[in-house]
Design a protein around this ligand. Sequence first.
Ligand SMILES: [Mg+2]
Length: 206
Amino acid sequence: MTKIVGIDFDNTIANYSSSFYQIGRELDWIPKNIEPTKNAVKHFLQDHVNPEKWTELQGIVYGKHIALAHPYDGVKQAITLLLEKGVTLYIVSHKTLYPVIGEKVSLHDAALNWLINREIVGEGSKQIAKDKVFFNLTQQEKVERISQLGCDYFIDDLPAIFQRSDFPSATKKILFDPLSQSKNELFFDDRLTAWSEIEQVVNASS
Ligand SMILES: [Mg+2]
């Protein structure tokens, strides 16, 4: 039977880890000597500037400057491999239409254009078709979409999505956890620490 795999977008396909530091520095919102990671930038802005600054930076990173994001290592190969095996792939993301604070740039258009520019989405046989990409305004809508699409697996970096009571019970929860940070294994079925492991994960839990 054809398997159906749903994939989250932000921080699962798109890697923003260096964007936060780079843009934070360009705007002169953060000092040079902090660690160049998302978490370090987040904590600096939240603790030493104000939480709104962190929210505003996220809007810029996910919108106007999305081009600085790059696909996670191996994600394109993993997508090609799954498509070659006849797996149906969907991208299901939760995103507001515009940043909560800051310039009104459509975050949905920015993300879709990024996927097209990076040749992850397109009309080729090794690409995900545009009509299989869904941006949802709320987490609830996202979970409803996963359920409606009948995903056998869903891959997401956010444990909170799996902890929702409305998350479909028939869908295997695959936590994308490249830094192996999550300790609470109760909330997911399997962990993907690198995209190169996709075959083990999708096969092992079938
Ligand atoms: Mg995510």
